[in-house]
Design a protein. Structure first.
Length: 98
């Protein structure tokens, strides 16, 4: 079955859910002036260049892609922090054995 994502633009209270069909990810884009865009996307398009082409009128932005149902909500968590924490923990464990 298709992934479900929130789909909305520019700071709306985003409760509009859509089935993504053949797209396999959810996208959340936040602009410098705090406008928020949420939609479906193909995961292979989840890079700054592709996203900037989708939103040509947006200047600088932060984006997050995820692959779980409704994961592009306001509470979306990026994977960078958990991965960094895991890496730091493993490094400290390895350091003790050196």
């Amino acid at each position: 079955s298709a992934i479900r994502c929130y789909n909305c633009a520019t700071g709306q209270d985003c409760t509009n859910e859509v089935d993504c069909g053949t797209q396999d990810s959810c996208l959340s884009v936040t602009t410098q002036d705090k406008k928020i865009y949420r939609r479906c996307i193909n995961y292979n398009q989840c890079n700054a260049k592709e996203i900037s082409l989708m939103f040509p009128s947006v200047g600088k932005f932060n984006s997050k892609c995820c692959t779980r149902n409704l994961c592009n909500s306001a509470n979306t968590v990026t994977m960078a922090k958990p991965v960094l924490a895991l890496g730091a923990a493993m490094l400290s464990i390895c350091w003790r054995f050196i």
